[in-house]
Design a protein around this ligand. Structure first.
Ligand SMILES: C[S@@+](CC[C@H](N)C(=O)[O-])C[C@H]1O[C@@H](n2cnc3c(N)ncnc32)[C@H](O)[C@@H]1O
Length: 408
């Protein structure tokens, strides 16, 4: 700990604010990996930082990691949490900004495909003539974001999954060090703590229930809807084991005056993540695409569990063709995504956003259950005709050919 204290004083004493910020960010990362909270992975025979998984586990076998990190014979870091590992991660992230790529699978072989002409940042170091982009990063609650009306082409967001991860509580761990190093006057570090009543999560201890979460999502989506150009999409990714969490998402969309034009199953979470491990949870998110006007394919509409099962059979075959093995948890989440979309579709015309939150949530629940319950979908899936990947492609082609756009 003496080494940490000396490093902290060294960074705090540096004059150049940018250098101080870079070092402090690395340092606070390093700190959250240090102490006796490191875990020893007795299978892989290496120490791991406390946040190597999305959670705050206290391992059975604790170790103190080498502060600087160690490298193996090939020069790669062993385990995680040391300085070498962190600087390596930052370098990779920076390289990705100038050379972004997608990873694809050719059978079991992983291949990297660079996206030529694309980069992340204001300027491309190798293309000085390319037009500069404007980036505006703010550390503030989205419930209070001020955006000009009809100014946005699209909104992409990844909201909290109700009570699944307590971001504020987790981040307190490194925030106190960051603030100590950078000073409380540094933008974004003004508050004493990362715990905040406005945090959009469910948290029984802090008395943040589903109504708080739903109202918060609605406040954000309303602001975004007002700032979007007509017909432009608000896209967010979401999954949860319980129907209640989907009621909040639906309420947010409906209160914002939007409808859901698509709900796309998309592999997301790592199966080993601590907050889903052993919970039977899904590793497939639903990507909700919402707009105030537009069209949706007729083939995606359904009225009951049997019709939804047909749609799901095609999607599950597509996920299998892409190398996934959808579990019961995945099927439940994909089904919830579609049922939420269709409940919104049905409720939108008569939606009265001024009603009490509890009443609105209940009406969404009733609309979802009237369409299909997960048990009904499961039963219908058992009776559904299996579809092969080739069948999916043929069917998709047929679907496309059906001139099937329904306006909303
Ligand atoms: C699912 S995570 C998004 C993670 C992000 N996509 C990433 O890869 O780092 C949800 C995020 O929403 C943030 N959040 C919670 N309440 C918020 C609010 N009122 N305004 C803005 N962000 C909030 C949480 O702190 C958390 O970082």
């Amino acid at each position: 700990m003496l080494a940490l204290e000396i490093s902290a004083r060294f960074i705090a004493g540096m004059k150049d604010q940018r250098v101080r910020r870079a070092l402090a960010t690395n340092f606070s990362d390093l700190l959250r990996y240090q102490n006796m909270l490191c875990r020893y992975d007795s299978m892989a025979l290496k120490s791991l930082d406390v946040f190597s998984i999305h959670g705050f586990p206290v391992g059975y076998i604790q170790v103190e990691s080498n502060f600087l990190g160690i490298r193996n014979g090939g020069g790669n870091p062993v385990g995680s949490g040391g300085w070498v590992n962190i600087t390596e991660k930052y370098t990779k992230a920076k390289r990705y900004c100038t050379e972004p790529f997608e990873v694809m699978f050719d059978g079991k072989k992983k291949t990297t495909h660079y996206i030529t002409g694309e980069w992340i940042g204001e300027k491309h170091p190798q293309c000085p003539d390319a037009p500069a982009r404007e980036i505006d990063i703010r550390c503030a609650s989205s419930t209070e974001a001020e955006l000009a009306p009809q100014s946005l082409d699209a909104v992409f967001t990844d909201p909290p999954y109700f009570g699944m991860v307590q971001y504020g509580e987790l981040m307190q761990f490194c925030y106190v060090w960051l603030r100590k190093l950078m000073g409380g006057e540094f933008p974004g570090l003004e508050l004493n703590t990362t715990r905040h009543a406005d945090e959009l999560t469910g948290n029984a201890t802090a008395e943040r229930d589903i109504e708080h979460f739903a109202e918060g999502l609605a406040a954000v989506y309303k602001r975004m809807a007002a700032a979007l150009k007509p017909g432009a999409p608000l896209v967010f990714t979401y999954h949860h084991n319980q129907q209640t969490a989907y009621l909040a998402a639906a309420l947010g969309i409906l209160d914002a005056g939007l409808t859901c034009s698509a709900s796309l199953p998309c592999p997301a979470e790592m199966g080993g993540s601590i907050h889903i491990h052993g919970t039977g949870s899904s590793i497939v998110d639903t990507v909700f695409v919402c707009r105030d006007r537009g069209t949706a394919p007729r083939a995606m509409l359904f009225e009951n569990a049997e019709q939804l099962a047909k749609l799901l059979t095609r999607e599950l075959a597509e996920l299998c063709a892409a190398g996934m093995k959808p579990t019961a948890g995945d099927i439940r989440c994909i089904a919830f995504g579609h049922i939420t979309r269709m409940a919104i579709w049905g409720l939108r015309a008569e939606w009265d956003a001024t009603r009490p939150t509890a009443a609105k949530l209940e009406s969404i629940r009733l609309a979802m259950d009237a369409l299909a319950t997960v048990d009904e979908v499961r039963a219908a899936l058992e009776g559904a005709k299996p579809v092969t990947a080739t069948g999916v492609r043929t069917q998709n082609k047929e679907n496309r050919e059906q001139a099937n756009a329904v306006a909303f």
